[in-house]
Design a protein. Sequence first.
Length: 344
Amino acid sequence: MADTAAHLVDRVLPEVPIRQWVLTLPYPLRYRCAWNARLTSEVLRCFLRAVFADQRRRAKRDLGIGRGLCGSVTFIQRFGSALNLTPHFHTLVLDGVYTGTSSAPGPFSPLPPPETEDVARVLAGTARRVLRRFERKGITMEEDPLAADDPLMAMLGAASIRSRIATGPEAGDPWRRLGDRVEPGEEEEDGVEPGARLPPRCVRYGGMSLHADVAVPAHDRRRLERLCRYVARPPLALDRLQELPDRRLSFRLKTPWRDGTTHVAMERRELLERLAPLIPPPRAHQVRYHGILAPCASGRDRVVPGRETKELVLQPAKDEPSCLATQPTSWIKGPRNGPICRNV
C-alpha cells in the first residue's frame, strides 16, 4: 500500500490537480465482475470513455481546447467496509487536459470542478455504453457460468454481496450487527434510504452510483499520497478486528452505517467465508493506467514526474570511468548459457 502510493506520487502522477471518481455497480453486475476479469475491463473501459468524453466536452466549452489529452489511474477494489464483496472503481483522473498531440503533449490546462449535472451525464453515458456492449456481445444477467464451474465460490460470493451468512445453521440470515442501532425505514434495492440527501457531485441511478467530490490541488503531494494510500488499502485491517467474550469476532466499520451499526459480529469460520471471495481472479491486475498515463502512451515520459532524475541516473558522466571497469571480474562457465561474468 505505502510503496504503491509512493511510486504513484514520485513516478506516475504529474503535479496537476487530481480528482477521484468512484463508480459502484448494481448487484447483478457486481457478482459477474467479481469473477470475470474481462468483463471488469469492459465495464471500466466504458466508464473511462464517458469520463474522458465529458472532460473533452468541458475543455472545449470552457477553455476552447478542441481535443485534449486525458489520463487516469484506477484501483479496482473488491471489498466494502464490512468485508463484503462489492467490486467498484476508484479512479484518480487528471482534473484537466493536456494540449498538443499524443506523442508531444503540451501544457496542462486545469478544468473547473464538474457540476452535479456533469457527473449525472457521465453516469448515464457509462450505463448506456455498458448496455450497448452487453447487447453487442450477447451477455445476459441470467447466465451464471461460475455456479456450474465452482458452486461453492458462487454461493460465498452471492451471500457476501447481499451481506448474508453463507454456511452453517444460520445460512441465509443477515449479518449480525452491533451498535446503537435504529432500524431504518423502507430501503431501496441499492440499500439507500428513500429521500436520503446525496453529497455534492454524487448521483445514483438504477443501482449505480458515481461520486466525484474529492479533489487534490496540484502541488499538495502529501495529501495526494494519503489519497493513494486510501484507494490502495487492503480489505482487512487487523486493528479493526477483535475477539468478543463469547469467542466470536467483531469487525469495526470504517464509518458507522446510517442505522447506527458500528460493528459486525461473525463466527471464526465466517471470517474465512468473507475473505475467500475477496481474492481477485488470477492474472487480473487491480491497478490500471489509461490515457496519457497508459504504459504504451507515446507521450507518457513527457508528463510523468522524475523524468530528469531517471535520465541522470541512466546516463553516466563521460569523463568518469564505469564502476564495473574498476572492479576485477572472474568468469564462471555456465552449464548451458555460456560464461557468466561475476564481480569479485
